[in-house]
Ligand binder design. Structure first.
Ligand SMILES: [Zn+2]
Length: 388
């Protein structure tokens, strides 16, 4: 049985480890130490990283009360080697795990619910609750959690006996046999946990909720704490400032400026569509007297423009209108016919211009390949008047 020194001391990062066993395994070498400060993956917290001598610690797992350090190379049994824990990684996990406890404690109390899922990802922490958390409550919950930081609430690890434990109201995801390890963050939280925690909440720095969504009938929160929260803020701040510079406003006013921009865009779209309609009407007026069928090569018309123009043309002529416009691959087209024979032309278009598409007898649309002059020549041959 390995002696788990990290349970009572989360701050020692350099120690001399006595190698008890070293066995080749699939992912490297599984090594046990007489005493270890390396935290094995568990309770939602990822394992520590670092070195045992010159060997890289790839993973740390707990199996049958043994802490297995998975190393990238073999080490000699009986050796006493300098061990180093990657403190930046460990402290990040401590800040986020302790932050998660405080926020979960507050939420579970307020909503009388349970924390039913906890995952510490490399970017954010996911916490699942079996209750609907109101989005309107987020700011208050966040402020309450950060109050624990501002008052530098002590975070205590204790090992109560069965009698003492019976008197404690603590959160726990699972039934625990044997000694229970209690992590208490003042009035904010009391939870059974095997993870490594900061000793005072001030070290967490900040607790920030960055996402909320409905999840399996309850709620999933995404949070970041400590340095992660600072980096997250920095990323968002830079992005807002960059957008602000483009819109000539400060970063805080980006949303308002974008709302105005979208309103301007909608207004322009409406004006453009009115201008197009007027232009299509003018085009229809250029059709010579007595012409029933027309074909036109437009430029820069989107799908709806083709249909709108073709509609206006057949309203004027009472016959057929073929409208096409260049696309990246060839041409988009629409053929509208008051004679209800639009589909009759599809066979020719498929054979001669690799036509794709179709539709009803009064209207077909699709794509064509080939040269515009050849396509227009086809319609001229069919008795259509080409208008420009
Ligand atoms: Zn925990």
């Amino acid at each position: 049985m390995s002696i788990k020194k990290y349970e009572t001391d989360a701050y020692t990062t350099n120690f001399v480890g006595e190698i008890l066993t070293c066995n080749k395994v699939e992912s490297g070498y599984a090594v046990t130490l007489k005493e270890t400060y390396f935290y094995p993956e568990g309770g939602g917290q990822p394992s520590d990283k670092g070195f045992v001598g010159n060997a890289v610690v790839l993973d740390v797992r707990e199996k049958n009360e043994q802490i297995l350090h998975i190393l990238d190379r073999a080490v000699a049994v009986g050796d006493h080697l300098d061990c180093t824990i990657d403190w930046e990684n460990r402290f990040d996990l401590m800040q986020n795990h302790s932050g998660e406890h405080i926020l979960s404690g507050i939420i579970c109390k307020q909503y009388n619910c349970n924390n039913v899922g906890f995952h510490m990802g490399t970017e954010k922490i996911l916490i699942d609750f079996d209750a609907k958390i109101e989005e309107a409550d987020i700011a208050k919950l966040e402020a309450k959690a950060n109050e624990a930081i501002w008052t530098n609430t002590p975070i205590l690890v204790t090992y109560p006996n069965q009698e003492e434990l019976a008197e404690i109201d603590y959160r726990s995801k699972i039934e625990i046999d044997g000694q229970v390890r209690i992590v208490q963050a003042g009035e904010y939280d009391c939870c059974a946990c095997c993870g490594t925690h900061v000793v005072s909440a001030g070290e967490i720095g900040v607790i920030k909720i960055i996402g909320i969504q409905s999840y399996k009938g309850g709620t999933r929160l995404e949070i970041v704490c400590g340095k992660r929260a600072l980096l997250h803020y920095d990323k968002k701040n830079r992005s807002a400032d960059e957008a602000g510079r483009m819109l000539s406003v400060s970063g805080e006013k980006v949303a308002g400026a974008v709302t105005n921009l979208l309103a301007e865009k909608d207004d322009l779209i409406q004006k453009l569509s009115k201008t197009k309609y007027d232009y299509f009407k003018l085009l229809a007026k250029t059709i010579p007297e007595g012409v029933e069928n027309v074909a036109i090569l437009g430029d820069g018309f989107a799908g709806k423009d083709l249909t709108n123009l073709a509609d206006i043309l057949v309203e004027t002529t009472g016959g057929r209108a073929f409208v096409m416009s260049p696309t990246a691959e060839g041409f988009a087209f629409v053929l509208i016919s008051k004679h209800q024979d639009a589909n009759d032309y599809m066979a020719d278009l498929k054979t001669m211009f690799s036509g794709k598409g179709g539709g009803k007898k009064e209207a077909v649309q699709g794509k064509l390949a080939g040269k515009s002059k050849d396509i227009l020549a086809y319609w001229r041959e069919k008795g259509f008047c080409i208008i420009n």
